[in-house]
Design a binder for this molecule. Structure first.
Ligand SMILES: C[S@@+](CC[C@H](N)C(=O)[O-])C[C@H]1O[C@@H](n2cnc3c(N)ncnc32)[C@H](O)[C@@H]1O
Length: 280
């Protein structure tokens, strides 16, 4: 069968291409250039697409997805990484690079990924810190990644091993099991208002609700985290949150009412408010 025909029959283009890449161990270009797809492969693709159409995210069916140009393992215990989170990582990278230039690090530089899920943020930053560490072997970076979900931490562990990034993984209800202060805290907490979950895309209902549900107004975790975060942030440190497209103003107000200063809001590529950063 021709690729175009398989796409037409299933009514799914992107999913069909991704499944074919997966089944054939091929890249996208190779899949586009296929002259004929064998009957057995067509049957298998259709099985995947059936489950996908019934509402299972493709990443769960494949067992992995790509984020920030890297492959990450995922399963039903973790949120499927969203493109939106790349902005947070880019800003965190800038902060780490700026600090590495400014500071003559005579102590470990400590990064915390709070609510780490599959570990995409911590591991992406780990690539940078390991590169910086090669340039300046005397500098030492410690990345801690925490989540309340045992299942999520297992996925983060598997991803850290796959990427050969050293992470300190801690099971913790927000800061409860943490001690010490961090130079950089990054956090993509659950922030979807309860009533909005699954409204736009029913596939979201298959993702862990604990990774999505931010309470009635979506702000539950920002309030809880900001009530105690100052104890865990170094005086010259930076705390950065991913936020929902309409939450930046509210998060800014919560931050300021908890004594944070220099609150800044950054937009994503779609021009939505996406990251809020703050200092003490
Ligand atoms: C929006 S997901 C973010 C996952 C990952 N950082 C990402 O960007 O894809 C939020 C994560 O917060 C975790 N979580 C929920 N409640 C928590 C709590 N009280 N303490 C720590 N983690 C929590 C969930 O298990 C989930 O993995």
């Amino acid at each position: 069968m021709k690729l175009a025909q398989l796409i037409a029959e299933t009514g799914e283009q992107e999913a069909v291409i991704q499944v074919l890449c997966h089944l054939l161990g091929a890249d996208r270009t190779t899949v586009f250039l296929l002259r004929d797809i064998g009957d057995e492969t067509v049957k298998q693709v259709k099985k995947y697409i059936d489950k996908y159409k019934k509402g299972t995210p493709l990443a769960y069916l494949l067992g992995y997805t790509y984020f920030y140009n890297r492959k990450f393992l995922v399963n039903k215990n973790v949120l499927v990484p969203r493109f939106d989170t790349e902005v947070l990582i880019e800003l965190a990278e800038k902060k780490i690079i700026a600090d590495s230039v400014m500071d003559n690090l005579s102590r470990p530089y400590k990064i915390l990924d709070l609510c780490c899920g599959s570990g995409i943020i911590a591991i992406s930053l780990g690539y940078l810190t390991e590169w910086l560490n090669k340039k300046n072997p005397q500098d030492q970076y410690v990345i801690t990644a925490t989540d309340i979900s045992e299942g999520a931490l297992s996925v983060a562990q598997a991803n850290a091993e796959m990427h050969n990034v050293d992470l300190r993984l801690v099971r913790s209800d927000l800061f409860t099991n943490l001690v010490g202060q961090f130079d950089l805290i990054v956090c993509n907490p659950p922030y979807v208002p309860t009533y909005e979950i699954g409204l736009e895309d029913k596939r979201v209902l298959k993702e862990p609700q604990i990774a999505l549900n931010g309470g009635i107004d979506g702000l539950y975790y920002y309030r809880r985290i900001l009530a105690t975060a100052r104890d865990y942030l170094r005086p010259d440190g930076l705390l950065m949150f991913e936020v929902g497209y309409d939450q930046a103003e509210a998060v800014q107000a919560i931050a300021e009412s908890n004594g944070f200063e220099h609150v800044k809001v950054y937009k994503d590529l779609a021009n939505h408010d996406r990251v809020v950063t703050m200092e003490l």
